[in-house]
Design a protein around this ligand. Structure first.
Ligand SMILES: [Zn+2]
Length: 50
């Protein structure tokens, strides 16, 4: 599936707005379950090999 590949390569996630018990809203990918990284900056991490 292309979607999964997009997630794996971190090219695109299918964000869905979720809410914690506190009422804080955050976004999570419905495909891979990843929480949106809000640390800022655009750092590209590349794994060599593997
Ligand atoms: Zn994803």
């Amino acid at each position: 599936m292309l979607g999964k590949l997009m997630c794996k390569l971190n090219l695109g996630h299918k964000w869905h707005v979720e809410r914690t018990e506190d009422g804080t809203r955050y976004r999570r990918c419905t495909r891979c379950g990843k929480d949106e990284d809000d640390s800022g900056g655009s750092r590209l991490i590349m794994d060599a090999g593997g």
